[in-house]
Design a protein around this ligand. Structure first.
Ligand code: APR
Length: 351
């Protein structure tokens, strides 16, 4: 998932670079700036002293010292003065310039705090789309794992209207008894733990290899009665998941890259799906492609079936996606922000 929203303490993240929301002096401060300096140790400040400060919207890199991260990219966000003093452009520049530096340093992973949304007072609901748009624009042209870090009990600023509409839709439709077929329930239970095991499980079942050695089910789901011969079914089906995906990409006039980037799926996973006719990804990945291709509900159900799933009201992520697709809302980041608020798996490839 090239852009992931996570709840974490940025000073503890094992990524190539973390971004610091600094001030123009680069000589430390409170908030995340203070936390990073404390965790990195005094050498960080010593190196910062040599940088001669930093303009708002610009970024400069130092080593990470005692941090798990190799580098710290210090950027200075705009102070919020109501939004008519160039704040949006400067905030976007912070993300863009930090990502450029991360690329120049050869970083494969970078973590951002929500720049300017603390001491500098930038409203979260205005800062979030600026951050995600700047990051997604970069990811359209570059391969990198980017984390947007929500700190502590902080929340993402999902619009309250959208949040309550989705909450209402879940309350109206969620059934907490598992009504889907036992077999598929197990597969779904498995992918919650590990997609690879889910695929092994399918193949083990279809080759009726004993699966005692398989990981215990994530939930105590009943074992299937007669295991269908998945491999034979997949060979016989006129079109598997990957066949339908590639057909839909063509029908929509998209390139492969446009599709998987819009789906927040990394190139490696896309190539695996494309080159393995029987490969069936986890449900969040199927949903991500349905959103990227802007499929309607019927097409989404068809694509889920091809991957061995169905849209079920016994799964909240399904209901949230049904809400967005029914309403023709295909902004994957907006969907992920809502899923994040509900502590549900985000859409995109499982990293
Ligand atoms: N990990 C991740 N995020 C964090 C952490 C942490 N350990 N600590 C704070 N944050 C989050 C805050 O919750 C906020 O969402 O970082 C975001 C940015 O808040 P600030 O750190 O206050 O930064 P900013 O609003 O850009 O103000 C910068 O504050 O710390 C001083 O020296 C800094 O003068 C500068 C100003």
């Amino acid at each position: 998932m090239p852009l992931q929203i996570v709840r974490d303490d940025i000073t503890k993240m094992r990524v190539d670079a973390i971004v610091n929301a600094a001030n123009n002096s680069l000589l430390g401060g409170g908030g995340v700036d203070g936390a990073i300096h404390r965790a990195a140790g005094p050498q960080l400040l010593a190196e910062c002293r040599t940088l001669g400060g930093c303009e708002t919207g610009q970024a400069k890199a130092t080593k990470g010292y005692n941090l798990p991260a190799r580098y710290v990219i210090h950027t200075v966000g705009p102070i919020w003065h109501g939004g008519n003093h160039g704040e949006p452009g400067l905030l976007a520049a912070c993300y863009r310039n930090s990502l450029q530096i991360a690329r120049e340093l050869g970083c494969e992973s970078v973590a951002f705090p929500m720049i300017s949304t603390g001491v500098y007072g930038y409203p979260k609901d205005l800062a979030l789309p600026i951050a995600t748009q700047a990051i997604l624009e970069f990811l359209m042209e570059n391969e990198m794992q980017v984390y947007l870090v929500v700190f502590g009990a902080g929340t993402l600023a999902v619009s309250m209207k959208l949040f309550s509409d989705v909450r209402q839709y879940i309350d109206q439709h969620y059934v907490d008894t598992h009504t889907d077929r036992p077999r598929e329930y197990q597969r779904e239970a498995l992918w919650r733990t590990d997609e690879k095991k889910a695929l092994e499980y399918d193949i083990a079942l279809s080759e009726s290899i004993s699966y005692e050695h398989m990981a215990p089910m994530a939930d105590s789901a009943p074992m299937p009665m007669a295991a269908p011969d998945w491999k034979k079914m997949l060979e016989e089906t006129d079109e598997g998941f990957s066949g339908m995906l590639l057909r839909k990409i063509d029908e929509k006039g998209m390139t492969d890259a446009q599709c998987y980037k819009k789906a927040n799926v990394d190139r490696k996973l896309f190539n695996k799906i494309k080159n393995t006719p029987g490969y069936r990804p986890g449900k969040p990945t199927v949903f991500a492609f349905a959103v990227a291709l802007e499929l309607n509900l019927k097409e989404t159900k068809e694509m889920l079936e091809k991957a061995g799933f169905s849209l079920t009201h016994s799964s909240k992520i399904d209901i949230v996606l049904e809400y967005f697709i029914k309403n023709g809302l295909y902004d994957l980041m907006e969907i992920n922000e809502v899923l994040f608020q509900f502590d549900l798996p985000l859409l995109g490839s499982v990293a």
